[in-house]
Design a protein around this ligand. Structure first.
Ligand code: TXA
Ligand code: MG
Length: 341
């Protein structure tokens, strides 16, 4: 459950940001690691805290569509229409950047990723930030609040366990707004080219975006702008994770006899009682609930002492596209650990 916004904590966070510090803030998708988007030194600190390569672009979080003109050189009609339809919400728009969108934010690219988050804590923080700056377009740069290549955080406890709070950890202040209601990162649409492209699937589906655009939304070509969300190895647990068609799960568990196994599968999947299944998580039947709980599942599966994680593939239907995308990346990122069996 989302916790009520704590005004005193928001005021403290604004002071931290004004001093060039880092604040972990809940958004509806995942927790973000926020800094003053105009301050190059603060933005560099984000990369240091995450251990992220400096040429990866960040998402610039704004209060609403009125900030588009400050950060984008041009906001085409499609951008205005998508912002009107889905902001505030889990949609990031990649647009030609303005001069204000410096290289530290864009990784030196000529484009900038912009999003107006819907979560009450993120909105309260952005509103207080704009007020502090006296600028309705004041913005917070924020990638997901995890170490580079690791699972995105959907609770404040995830952020504490990974990046941690200073002095022992790397974040100046972690705001706790409760678990994130969407649970996976925003949908990213690239509007900087000749035609719109989907860079990352998310809770706002391809079909919803196509309905607003009135045209198809193909995937980005393989020469699309560098984006760490597009790296195959990402969102990865440390334990090797295998995606298995539901009908083969039983056979796969048997083939792995002798290994400690953790399983995420629908309730009907059955195994021999002799199999060493140390953790058995029930996969939700609805895509939105699965998405909301996905990263908490991965954290739990990774921490239970299993030698192998088996996940049953969810259905190959449109509403599962974003969940399947994150599971595929989790498998790719953990795969070096897989042996030949
Ligand atoms: O839901 C979200 O988007 C979360 C919350 C905190 O807002 N943020 C997030 O940030 O997932 P991050 O940095 O972990 O992933 C942002 C993705 C990356 O894949 C990044 O490369 C891509 O957005 N991105 C940002 N600016 C871009 C640009 N100009 N061109 C292409 N991709 C861009
Ligand atoms: Mg990330």
């Amino acid at each position: 459950m989302t916790r009520a916004v704590d005004g005193a904590a928001i005021a403290r966070a604004v002071e931290v940001l004004a001093a060039g510090g880092l604040v972990a803030v809940p958004t509806e998708t995942v927790y973000g690691l926020a800094a003053d988007a105009d301050c190059e030194r603060a933005v560099r600190a984000i990369f240091e805290a995450k251990g992220r390569p400096a040429d990866h672009p960040l998402i610039v979080h704004v209060a609403g569509a009125e900030a588009l003109d400050a950060w984008a050189r041009e906001a085409p009609g499609a951008a205005q229409a998508l912002a009107r339809a889905f902001w505030p919400g889990p949609l990031t728009l990649v647009l030609a950047r303005s001069r204000r969108a410096h290289d530290g934010l864009t990784g030196g690219q000529d484009t900038v990723g912009l999003r107006a988050p819907a979560h009450p804590w993120a909105r309260a923080l952005l509103a207080a930030w704009c007020e502090k700056r006296g600028d309705a377009a004041a913005a917070l740069a924020a990638p997901s609040a995890n170490s580079f290549g690791r699972i995105s955080p959907t609770t404040a406890a995830h952020v504490r366990a990974d990046l941690g709070e200073k002095p022992e950890g790397r974040v100046d202040l972690i705001l706790d707004g409760g678990p994130c209601p969407v649970g996976i990162e925003s949908t990213i649409v690239d509007l900087s080219g000749a035609a719109p492209r989907l860079l990352r699937p998310g809770a706002i589906t391809r079909a919803q975006i196509e309905a607003v655009l009135g045209s198809p939304l193909p995937d980005a070509a393989s020469d699309a702008p560098r984006a760490s969300g597009r790296l195959e190895k990402h969102y990865a647990p440390r334990t090797p994770l295998e995606l298995v068609p539901p009908a083969q799960l039983h056979a796969r568990v048997n083939a792995l006899r002798g290994k400690r196994i953790a399983v995420l599968a629908p309730p009907l999947a059955l195994f021999d009682r002799t199999a060493d299944v140390v953790l058995r998580l029930i996969a939700p039947a609805a895509a939105d609930e699965y998405a909301r709980r996905l990263y908490a599942f991965l954290h739990e599966l990774d921490a239970c002492g299993a030698e192998r994680i088996l996940v049953a593939w969810p259905p190959a239907t449109p509403e599962w596209e974003a969940v399947r995308d994150r599971l595929r990346r989790a498998q790719a990122g953990s795969v070096e650990g897989l042996d030949a069996d």
